[in-house]
Design a protein around this ligand. Sequence first.
Ligand code: CA
Length: 233
Amino acid sequence: MTSNAPVVLIIEDDPPIRRFLRATLGAEGYSLREAATGEAGVIEAASHPPDIVLLDLGLPDVDGLNVIQRLRSWSTVPIIIISARRKEGDMVAALDTGANDYVTKPFSVLELKSRIRVALRYSQQSPGEGNGVFTAGDLTVDLAHRHVTIGQREVLLTRLEFKLLAIFVKYAGNVITHRQLLEEVWGPKNTDAANYLRVYIHQLRRKVEEDPARPKYLLTESGIGYRLQTDPK
Ligand code: CA
């Protein structure tokens, strides 16, 4: 184990899942720390600040949402929810409380590893780093010059469409809830105007996607929100 291995804190009460994560992520070179309760997890995160937290929502002592709130009161560490809960409402609440992403049990190891990589990449990038140009597949978004292209073709966006796309770029690779998008684009008073969002996503897809019915950049996370794919197939 190298000393600069990213530290992953697993907050999960189920020993077989902890064992599985320890084996899989340990083999990837991550350094693992574990907590079996929410209280122990918060204490562990405070005493040995991790690079990323994997958090189970169903814990024996406190609710996972409570753990997110407490971590967020002092830390911006990326939090990925690992949950058996199928209820989309729980996941949305966790994301709105400050979690960065989620996987649902049973999750694929490849998916989890990719979520961890994305979360670490964006948390290690300080604001203003890079040249302000985002690329994924044929899509290029130049934030400073407000210039969007697909391959050689320039994409003309309205002010609001660009604003929406820029928010996707800001959270590239991570899921964004409907509420987060509405709040960032239209302000905190308009968080239930989901119909605005649908209309603008539809317009944006018509401009940037080859086949808007089968998007490869602006993906729908059913019942939760959207995700800008950083590695389109
Ligand atoms: Ca559990």
